[in-house]
Design a protein around this ligand. Structure first.
Ligand SMILES: C[S@@+](CC[C@H](N)C(=O)[O-])C[C@H]1O[C@@H](n2cnc3c(N)ncnc32)[C@H](O)[C@@H]1O
Length: 293
């Protein structure tokens, strides 16, 4: 699978990184001359967590994360790096992010530089189905809202298993089809949604399929929390044109929002996601698995 083909779903705007740089950086592509970073990772969190419930969902999954300054963590499908920066800042560990959308990778690198986290985070453009890392390389693998773009679930989870050290943890936050709807036709989604404009881009499966694959690979389930109700409630209160910010966060140009990163039709995609949740077609799961020793 070529990087270009798969990445068609995301990062549609041409020259995304240069545009983000023009909004945020005083000099080309974020190369500032100052020792002190212009921003904190926290400043970007109004726009850089490209998943349901934004930074709050990342923060909650971090409650299950045990990392220290020597830990190596891989974020599979890292997007523009919001979760990677959140983790690197909070745990002071080494974070590697991989994403198939090259433009997202460049934007992630820009944002890492602007908040001074570029030494702690390494971003690599690449495919989750063929991870460019040796076996047993990472203490932790992390992934949020990426599996739903990936048809070959077995290879996706096998690669994660391969690069994790024995005893290592795999944490994810993902959307699945509702397990209680047996008929595939009844599970068909209202499209577009944030991760798919056409049925052929949507690769949701029921959670039990993923539990079976992970069990078969030798993962032990530690946590499987259903966050569907919280996610539905969040979308009820969600305004696609405005994201609240904490008082300590810098004010950023209003262009830095989901429309820029996901697409001009983001409002419709978010409305459809809310409707699919209301129709009980989706389940949102936060989970932690451990690779057997
Ligand atoms: C909804 S975004 C989530 C981004 C990030 N995890 C976050 O939560 O902010 C899904 C991401 O998965 C990436 N992706 C999709 N298929 C991929 C693949 N085969 N390999 C690596 N990344 C992939 C997309 O480019 C996109 O950045």
């Amino acid at each position: 699978m070529s990087t270009k083909t798969q990445s068609g779903q995301y990062g549609g705007r041409k020259n995304l990184t240069a545009y983000v740089a023009s909004l945020l950086a005083p000099s080309p592509l974020g190369t500032t001359n100052t020792e002190t970073p212009t921003y904190t990772a926290q400043d970007f969190s109004t726009f850089d967590h490209l998943h349901s419930r934004g930074r709050a969902a990342t923060q909650e999954l971090c409650e299950f994360l045990s990392a220290h300054p020597g830990s190596n963590l891989l974020d599979v499908g890292c997007g523009i790096g919001g979760p990677a920066r959140f983790i690197a800042e909070r745990f002071v560990c080494n974070v590697h992010g991989i994403d198939i959308t090259e433009e997202y990778c460049h934007t992630a690198e820009l944002l890492n530089r602007l908040c001074g986290l570029d030494k702690r985070i390494k971003i690599t453009p690449g495919n989750a189905l063929s991870l460019p890392y040796p076996d047993k390389n990472f203490d932790i693998v992390w992934s949020q809202h990426t599996s739903m773009n990936i048809p070959d679930k077995h290879t996706f989870y096998s690669e994660i298993h391969r690069v994790l050290k024995p005893g290592g943890m795999f944490l994810f936050h993902d959307i699945f089809s509702n397990e209680n709807i047996p008929n595939e036709e009844d599970r068909a989604l209202l499209l577009p949604v944030p991760w798919a404009t056409k049925p052929e881009h949507n690769h949701l499966v029921q959670g039990e399929i993923v539990r079976d694959i992970l069990g078969g690979l030798g993962f032990h389930r530690e946590i499987w929390n259903d966050l569907t109700a919280e996610t539905h409630l969040w979308f009820h209160n969600y305004n696609a044109n405005w994201t609240p910010k904490d008082p300590e966060q810098k004010s950023l140009p209003k262009e830095l929002g989901p429309k820029l990163f996901i697409g001009d039709d983001f409002k419709l995609r978010a409305q459809n996601l809310k409707q699919n949740l209301a129709d009980k077609k989706l389940t949102v799961i936060q989970a932690v698995f451990q690779r057997a020793q």
